[in-house]
Design a protein around this ligand. Sequence first.
Ligand SMILES: Nc1ncnc2c1ncn2[C@@H]1O[C@H](COP(=O)(O)OP(=O)(O)OP(=O)(O)O)[C@@H](O)[C@H]1O
Ligand SMILES: [Mg+2]
Length: 384
Amino acid sequence: MNQKYKEYKYLSISLNGAFMKISLLDKIKKGPKLTLGLDIGSHSIKLVELAKEKTSEEESCYTIRKVGRIILPEDTVVDGSIVVQDTLKDILITLIKNLKPKYRYASTSIAGYSVIVKKIGVPFIEEKEIEENLIIEAENYVPFEIEDVYVDFHVIGTSSDEKEKLHSEIFLVAAKKEVVDEYANVLQEVGLVPAVVDVDAFALGNAFEVSYGDPDEAVVLVDIGASKTNLNIVYHGTSLFTRDMAIGGNQLTEAISDELNISNKDAEILKIQGTKDQDVFNKVQNICKDIIQMWADEIKKAIDFYKKGNEDKEAYPQHVIISGGCALMNDLDKFLKKELNIDVQQFNPWKTIKLDEHINPDYLNSIAPQMVIATGLALRTVDS
Ligand SMILES: Nc1ncnc2c1ncn2[C@@H]1O[C@H](COP(=O)(O)OP(=O)(O)OP(=O)(O)O)[C@@H](O)[C@H]1O
Ligand SMILES: [Mg+2]
């Protein structure tokens, strides 16, 4: 069994606080270094580079050194899978040329069907033994051939049942090798060193921790992108529940395009920029309202499902924090607040992060919620 585990040479276990990652690097020397955060979505690529400076003997702070985004042609990345590698590479090269980031080690993330995140309970087991037993355990929970996935874990804690038998609670992550390697390959081919392939939901959690600390309550993080939405309920620095949902901004664009009989491109512009034509404006509002209502229902269902499986009322969330490109929509927070009957705010990933004086603060504020996952990725470090 040990033999079998060694095959997973790219794995290294939860190096960065409470959230795990799949590390693509074997250990090298020296201390941890920040990486370039690259969120490769189906609609756009987002890049964030942070610098860390010591402000005193014990404390340090982050500064945003580089930040930017670039839209991808339709169908370059679909359902979390890279469809047209050459286009993606060209666009990444353009983004890197424009922004000139300093770091070569890069972190990116995956989500959706190619990654399984499961919370499992097993009879108490020492952390070092988990590694040895991981593959056998994983085989029971992963709907893929075990040879086809990278596996990682994070121990959440221990609990005892009514017979006072101790159990270990473990987060198990299995990601399809094919997809992880695909992303790593692209990074390599544009001259970067792929260091970490993270999971969207965990990047969201890490970004939250840096900006909001460790509040004494559970919080629902919801990143609404173009083709999918990642939901992560965090509490005391740990992720308690994650769910990926097939909802996002594409639904709005497609519905506007269908109803008004215009191209997707025109529908996208209409959605983002609006129009002075009151009649068209009202039509767009009506089309969007039904879809956003459905988003609220899906988010509510996920929160209710989490609550059903969790008896600890103290871990019931009081706040929802929204991010992703769709969080830039006017009044989405207010609409969701009314529908979910819970406080909803926009995610500010740079609450505690200083801005480099060369970057226009208005530009940063105008894109902040869309850059959350990229910021979470930029917090990842490598031992290099
Ligand atoms: N100002 C805006 N108003 C409304 N929608 C917006 C705005 N800006 C971006 N969007 C929408 O946000 C979506 C893109 O968000 P994001 O960049 O988070 O997606 P992505 O990460 O590329 O996609 P995914 O994670 O789903 O693969 C698109 O549907 C886009 O139309
Ligand atoms: Mg995204």
